[in-house]
Design a protein around this ligand. Structure first.
Ligand code: TYM
Length: 332
C-alpha cells in the first residue's frame, strides 16, 4: 500500500528558531519513516516581503544545513527548494482563479503585513496563501505538519482545492494541518508578546544558530514577575511559556520540582531560568555545531538540492498533467 503524502514548507528569511523547530520541524523528522514526505524551502514566498536577495543563497543553504542537522534525512524525504519546481508556479496560476479578493484581504497574515509594511502591499503578498496552496496541492498531499499560525492558510487551501474539484472534477484530496500531539503548537516570544519569529523580536527569540552565551542571556532576560501570591494560581502567559519550554527540553523531575515550587508559592524564577538555560544549551548546541559542519560541505548541499529537485519535479509533473487534463488546456 502506498504511504500518505506529506508536504510542508519554511521561508528562508532568517535562521531556524525554536518555534519552527517545535512547531514544525520536529514533526517533519518524525514523519520521515512513516509517510511519503516532501519538505520545501519556499524562496518565492520570501520575496513577498522584498528581502535583500544578495542574502538569499546564504539563507537557503544555512536553512538547509539546519534542517539536516535537526534530523531530516535526504535519503528518507524529498528536501528541495521551491524555485526549482516551476510546476508550482503553474498550479498557482490556476488556483488564483479559485481565490477571491475579499477572502484574501481578510487573511490574518495579510492584515498583519498591511499594518507593519504599508509601503509594500503587493499582489504576491495578497495571494501568498494561494502560492502556499500550490506548494501543498502540487504533490496532492494529505498531511501538512505546521505550527498553529498556519491553520488559517490550511483552511484556505482546502477551500481552493474544493472549488477546483467542484469546477473541473476531483483532482485534489483535501489536506489537513498535522501535529503528533493533538493541538497545533505556538511557541511564544520570551517577553510574552506574540510568537517567536524569524525576523521580529530577535532578542526574545531563540535561534538554533545562537551561541551558548546568547542562549543563556536571552533566557535570563525572559519576562517573569514577583511570583504567585496564592497556592495553585493560574500561570500568566509568559510564565506558562517558560514552563512550556521546560517541557520541551528538561527532565520530568526538574519540571515537577518547579511546578511544585510554583504551586506552593516558593518559586525562584532566577533559578528556574538558570536551569532552563542549561537544558536549552544542552539541547541546542549539538544541532548548531552539526549545522555549521554541514554548511561548510557545499558539495553535499548541492547534491541534496539537485536530487531533491529531481524527485519533487517528477511528482509535480504528474499532478500538472492531471490538472491540465481536468482544466482542458491540453491540445496535442
Ligand atoms: P514559516 O517559515 O513562518 O515557519 C515555518 C514553520 O514554523 C512554524 N512556526 C511556529 N510554530 C510554533 N510557534 C512559533 N512561534 C512558530 N513560528 C513559526 C510555522 O507554523 C511553520 O509550520 N507560510 C509558511 C511557509 C509555507 C508553507 C507552505 C507551510 C509556504 N508553503 C506549504 C506549509 C505548507 C510560513 O511562513 O512558515
Amino acid at each position: 500500500m502506498s504511504k500518505e503524502i506529506v508536504l510542508s514548507g519554511i521561508r528562508p528569511t532568517g535562521n531556524l528558531h525554536l518555534g519552527n523547530y517545535f512547531g514544525a520541524v520536529r514533526n517533519w523528522v518524525n514523519m520521515q519513516t512513516e509517510f511519503d514526505c516532501y519538505y520545501c524551502i519556499v524562496d518565492w514566498h520570501s520575496l513577498t516581503t522584498h528581502p535583500d536577495t544578495k542574502e538569499l543563497r546564504h539563507n537557503v543553504l544555512r536553512m538547509l544545513s539546519e534542517l539536516v542537522a535537526s534530523g531530516l534525512d535526504p535519503e528518507k524525504c524529498v528536501l528541495y527548494v521551491q524555485s526549482d519546481v516551476p510546476e508550482i508556479a503553474e498550479l498557482y496560476l490556476y488556483l488564483n482563479m479559485m481565490a477571491y479578493k475579499g477572502e484574501l484581504e481578510k487573511t490574518t497574515t495579510f492584515k498583519d503585513k498591511v499594518r507593519s509594511h504599508p509601503e509594500n502591499i503587493n499582489a504576491g503578498l495578497l495571494t501568498y496563501p494561494v502560492l502556499q496552496s500550490a506548494d501543498i496541492l502540487i504533490h496532492r498531499a494529505l498531511k501538512v505538519p505546521v505550527g498553529k499560525d498556519q491553520a488559517q492558510h490550511l483552511e484556505m487551501c482546502r477551500n481552493f482545492a474544493e472549488r477546483f474539484n467542484h469546477r473541473y472534477g476531483e483532482v485534489f484530496p483535501l489536506p489537513q494541518a498535522f501535529n503528533y500531539g493533538n493541538d497545533l503548537i505556538k511557541i511564544m516570544s520570551l517577553d510574552g508578546n506574540g510568537k517567536m519569529s524569524k525576523s521580529e523580536n530577535q532578542m526574545n527569540t531563540l535561534y538554533l544558530a545562537d551561541n551558548d552565551e546568547l542562549i543563556r542571556k536571552k533566557i535570563m532576560k525572559a519576562k517573569t514577575d514577583s511570583g504567585p501570591t496564592a497556592p495553585n494560581s493560574l500561570k500568566p502567559d509568559y510564565i506558562e511559556n517558560l514552563f512550556g519550554l521546560m517541557q520541551l527540553v528538561s527532565a520530568a523531575d526538574t519540571i515537577e520540582k518547579f511546578e511544585h515550587d510554583f504551586n506552593s508559592c516558593v518559586i525562584r524564577y532566577g533559578d528556574m531560568k538558570k536551569q532552563l538555560a542549561e537544558d536549552m544549551v544542552k539541547f541546542m548546541s549539538p544541532i548548531r555545531n552539526k549545522a555549521t559542519e554541514i554548511e561548510n560541505d557545499k558539495a553535499f548541499l548541492s547534491r541534496i538540492i539537485k536530487t531533491g529537485s529531481e524527485k519533487a519535479r517528477a511528482s509535480a509533473q504528474k499532478t500538472i498533467k492531471l490538472v491540465r487534463d481536468a482544466v482542458g488546456v491540453n491540445y496535442i
